[in-house]
Design a protein around this ligand. Structure first.
Ligand SMILES: C[S@@+](CC[C@H](N)C(=O)[O-])C[C@H]1O[C@@H](n2cnc3c(N)ncnc32)[C@H](O)[C@@H]1O
Length: 436
């Protein structure tokens, strides 16, 4: 277990230095450390938990220690956050173990002189934590929610303005929850029922989803990669919202479909399955190393004959022969998938300012490469109207030949999916028809 905390500490420190994603750093550290399954699970829980709860943990540590966390040495700060997270959120870890392990970590990291401080702060936090006052909503609602949900106030303010206070509170209440795990059945290799039976044998309950066929919702997150059904390419992980975007495009066998921002390829694969393996999905992406991921995935799932991957810039690529349907699953802020990538919340919303223009130009490229009578779907995993409704509005204002088309659960032709209400990732889907 000590090793799990060391791995978690290394990941947290590297995140501060590299500004890299927690999942990528964690995967790399776990591979290096070769931990037992139990230790790897603890290291994972610690990294995601500390990243997600950082603002709350810092508030608690500052209140307990009387010292500003930001002024502490990064390694000391990370050790205290790890200890505080275990004390406040991991009931299965005894308080004494959480404190002692933090002291040992400090010694190993040559902070022997601070081990008394670590011990004192964490013991104090453990004693007082039920009684520490949280900021009150009456005095400053943004600060109160910032501390309670560990979400920067700029993002809370953005959501309050976009969706109102009630919906914002609901979004925040989901922010630190475990996200659902959904898979798409590879119906060219198996059936939902056969896959359910195979998963059940491995101790994983799977239920069909009400909104999309050939999707299964798994009861708990297991290491799916070791299952024969996985290695044989009988399914892949894909959130229900992504599957709904593919269902909205509704591609038919024999058609030509473009997926303009396709890597790592999940939606291209689902589109190919909708088409029962007949026709062509051209899967483009700007980055060659990401195009390789599409090729690998298509090979694994037996879809190489229908999914053709290549590098192309959707903001300035060469014109293509017009397609029957085009998907623009554009690069976005990711503000709908914070449950999966907890650090997204700490990005300054200003860095998203350039996205709507990029997204608009990709949507225009989709329109330019679509046949008259063809269907265009625009999607993001952003909960941010500037990247969603506003982009589609701007597009429709300048493209008289296009009109919104209803699809299930979206009578006006577009839908924002919310984790709390829809049980999916936060997501936006708009469906448009090219009349002429
Ligand atoms: C939201 S991700 C796509 C996810 C993918 N559709 C899936 O379901 O697996 C957005 C993708 O857009 C790509 N991208 C960014 N700018 C692009 C551009 N100008 N042209 C084409 N692709 C671009 C990124 O490399 C990234 O892979």
């Amino acid at each position: 277990m000590a090793q799990a905390r060391e791995v978690a500490l290394s990941v947290l420190l590297r995140m501060e230095q590299d500004d890299s994603y927690s999942n990528l750093l964690l995967d790399a550290e776990l591979e290096k450390a070769a931990l037992s399954r139990r230790d790897a699970a603890l290291a994972t829980a610690l990294v995601y938990g500390v990243v997600a709860r950082r603002i709350t943990l810092d508030y608690l540590l500052e209140t307990a220690s009387g010292r500003p966390v930001q002024k502490m040495q990064p390694v000391l700060r990370a050790i205290l956050r790890l200890g505080a997270y275990q004390l406040c959120y991991l009931d299965k870890i005894p308080a004494r173990a959480a404190v002692n392990e933090a002291v040992q970590l400090a010694k190993k990291r040559h902070l022997g002189h601070a081990s008394g401080f670590v011990n004192g702060v964490l013991r104090g936090l453990d004693r007082k934590r039920g009684a520490l006052p949280f900021p009150s909503e009456e005095a400053d609602v943004l600060r109160a929610w910032e501390v309670r949900y560990s979400c920067p106030r700029a993002l809370i303010a953005l959501w309050r303005q976009a969706y109102g206070p009630e919906r914002t509170r609901e979004i925040l209440e989901q922010l630190n929850a475990v996200p659902p795990l959904a898979v798409r059945v590879n119906t060219l290799r198996t059936t939902p029922d056969a896959l359910r039976a195979e998963l059940a044998e491995a101790g994983i309950e799977a239920a069909p989803d009400a909104s999309v066929p050939d999707a299964l919702l798994l009861s708990h997150s297991a290491d799916l990669r070791t299952l024969p059904a996985f290695t044989e390419g009988c399914f892949f992980v894909q959130d229900i919202a992504s599957q709904m975007a593919c269902a909205a495009l509704d591609p038919q066998p024999g058609e030509t479909v473009y997926d303009l921002c396709a890597a790592p390829g999940g939606k291209s694969f689902t589109l190919a399955l909708h088409m029962r393996g007949q026709g062509m999905v051209r899967a483009f992406d700007l980055h060659a190393h990401r195009v390789r991921l599409i090729e690998e995935g298509a090979g694994w799932l037996g879809l190489s004959g229908i999914v053709q991957a290549s590098v192309r810039d959707a903001t300035g690529g060469e014109p293509l022969p017009p397609a029957d349907r085009v998907l623009c699953d554009v690069p976005c802020s990711g503000l709908g998938v914070i449950r999966r990538k907890p650090e997204i919340r700490y990005k300054n919303p200003k860095i998203f300012d350039g996205l709507p223009d990029l997204q608009y130009h990709i949507l225009c490229d989709g329109a330019a490469n679509l046949k008259p009578g063809g269907v265009l779907v625009y999607s993001t995993c952003a909960l941010n109207p500037a990247e969603n409704e506003a982009v589609v509005r701007r597009f429709l204002d300048g493209h008289a030949g296009f009109e919104p088309v209803p699809f299930p659960s979206a009578p006006a032709g577009n839908a924002t999916l919310f984790p709390q209400a829809d049980g999916t990732d936060g997501f936006f889907i708009a469906k448009l028809l090219r009349r002429s």
